[in-house]
Each structure stands twice: as structure tokens, then as C-alpha cells.
Design a binder for this molecule. Structure first.
Ligand SMILES: [Zn+2]
Length: 176
């Protein structure tokens, strides 16, 4: 199944059917995520595989790929942040089930048998956001500005200062 993704899915049916969904979800609808971004342009390319494992865990495995427009916290300029993350969620109906979930899964409690794909994707992207987004050193304007300041701020006569050098020369040059 690919192309246009349904907004809401019956995840119990998808897991029973072992279905895989592929497509794009607009960032525009993800208001919590968009609040952390410079703008809400773009899509998230998703591949979501639903299934039930040998231990009867209903899971959602997959791949999320997008580029988010963040703001560098050092120079406050736009920062393009590519994300390419794998997810492996154990789908649960209550918090009580979290304890029994095998460690390979991250618990995801839904409480209902329906799920909004965009909400799950948004949650996972929020977790993957850098805490303090910054350019790497070479790409950041603040670093470049700082480097320039440190160079010019170095006093040109920082070597040995000889306040009486002139006097010395004067004395030596004195005839007689
Ligand atoms: Zn920067």
C-alpha cells in the first residue's frame, strides 16, 4: 500500500494484517512540532510496517525521513536539519502493559484501537529534535564572527614593551 496515507488507522487491524503503509505526511498539520520550527514547510516520508511478533506484541516499525527548518541557537539563522530515523514501537492499550514490553520496543500507549498517523510521526520527530540546534562550527555565523573578533582584538604590541627604548636610543646616540 502506498501513496496517500489515511489520517486515521485501525491499528489493531493493520497489525493483524501485517500491513505496510508508505507515503508522505505534511508537517503543516503537526502543530506541536511546527512550534519548534522556523516554518512548517515540507513533508515527512514515512514507511510504517505494522505486525504482531512471536510474543504477541503488536508493533509499528518503520522509517521517517524529512528535513526540518530550525533556528540555530547560536547565530539565530535558519538551520536545515535532515532527519532519518528508525522507529520500533510496541503499540499498547494502557500504561499497565509497558512493564511487560520487550526492550527492543519503545512503548507507545494509544488507549484506543484507532490512531492518527500524523500524531505518532510527530511524537517520534519531537523526540529526535536536537535539544539546542546549532550549525556545525564551520557553518555558524557566530563562530565566524567570534574568530574575526579574537584575531583583531589581539594587541599588535603584545610582545615585550620597552617604555624607555626611545630614551635608551637617545642616550646612546648622544655624542661625547
Ligand atoms: Zn549558527
Amino acid at each position: 500500500m502506498s501513496g496517500r496515507l489515511p489520517e486515521t488507522v485501525q491499528w489493531d487491524r493493520l497489525t493483524e494484517g501485517g500491513e505496510t503503509l508508505r507515503g508522505a505526511i505534511a508537517i503543516r498539520g503537526m502543530t506541536r512540532l511546527a512550534g519548534c520550527l522556523l516554518d512548517d514547510e515540507g513533508d515527512v516520508d514515512v514507511e510504517l510496517e505494522f505486525g504482531i511478533d512471536a510474543q504477541k506484541v503488536r508493533y509499528l516499525r518503520g522509517h521517517l525521513r524529512t528535513t526540518l527548518n530550525l533556528v540555530c541557537q547560536r547565530c539565530l539563522q535558519p538551520l536545515s536539519h535532515p532527519l532519518d530515523i528508525d522507529i520500533c514501537l510496541g503499540l499498547l492499550l494502557s500504561e499497565d502493559e509497558v512493564e511487560g514490553l520487550p526492550g527492543v520496543y519503545d512503548p507507545y500507549v494509544l488507549e484506543r484501537r484507532t490512531a492518527e498517523l500524523a500524531v505518532i510521526v510527530e511524537d517520534e520527530l519531537m523526540l529526535a529534535l536536537p535539544l539546542i540546534p546549532t550549525h556545525d562550527t564551520a557553518g555558524c555565523r557566530i563562530d565566524a564572527a567570534y574568530a574575526a573578533t579574537t584575531v583583531t582584538a589581539t594587541p599588535p604590541d603584545s610582545g615585550t614593551r620597552r617604555p624607555f627604548a626611545g630614551l635608551d636610543a637617545l642616550l646612546k646616540g648622544k655624542p661625547g
